[in-house]
Design a protein around this ligand. Sequence first.
Ligand code: ATP
Ligand code: MG
Length: 292
Amino acid sequence: MTTSLPLPLHSRGKVRDTYRLSERELLMVSTDRISAFDVVLPTPIPEKGRVLNGLTHGWLSETTHLIRNHMAGDQSIPQELLDAEPDLRERAMRVVMAEPIMFECVVRGYISGSGWKDYQRTGSIAGDPLPAGLKESDRLPEPIFTPATKALTGHDENISRSELARRTGEELAQTLEQASLVLYQFGVARALERGLILADTKFEFGVHEGDVILIDEVMTPDSSRFWDLEQYRPGGPQASFDKQYLRDYLEDLGWNKQPPAPPLPPEVVQGTSGRYLEAMRRLAFRYAAARP
Ligand SMILES: Nc1ncnc2c1ncn2[C@@H]1O[C@H](COP(=O)(O)OP(=O)(O)OP(=O)(O)O)[C@@H](O)[C@H]1O
Ligand SMILES: [Mg+2]
């Protein structure tokens, strides 16, 4: 489940193993690891790394008119690395090294998950008041930007937009909000064409040569909630292509969400893998064919 390439390791996250290719470039490898409630599970999900990398590649390729991103111009992968990991071509991306901006830029177009919990308690999300009487999974009057801190350890913490501006400066906060909203709108339109609702998503940005650029994974089932348009029924939770299926299984199991996480039975592995693949199939980026 972990890769070990003959390159210096830059970092090993919950899902991605990142290596240094040169002074300015990283090789980000999406593994089949899956995390839930911020804990990595002991069982890998076949095809997941390929799906995450493929979707990110597709979105990054199609949004360059909206914002610069970290994908390197040259995506060829040295042969000795391919020899070490045969399916690397489909799971790895060459990216320019950026200085990560340590906030998660969340956009929500529908009310779900922690946003729904917040709304039920306070009538607002992250301090933004919302109309009364919204049902779970309802579409919001307009998409909202709800940033969170990127905690190095432990859980991320939601912060208000004014708190973000206090921490980053007004100008950078505006840039992050605008870029996130524009990217989300692009994703929503694209997903709808394919019969999917992109309910919410999370972007990360970094600074490269003085510019704010889009980094990390983009609009994947790990960073987003995708719902099936045909099955969409507001008034409760929705069947989704993301980790919700796995979270529901773990909730039913009664696991206390502290490591170590329990191993997953084959049917849950299959169910999760199938959902990731279905999201990729629906979004249908011409990914693999375009690679060298
Ligand atoms: N172009 C880039 N330059 C530098 N760092 C990047 C770049 N793109 C993504 N990253 C960072 O690489 C890591 C990707 O690994 P992964 O997503 O598995 O980590 P993670 O466990 O989610 O940790 P984190 O909470 O930091 O995201 C993230 O920390 C992300 O911020
Ligand atoms: Mg991450």
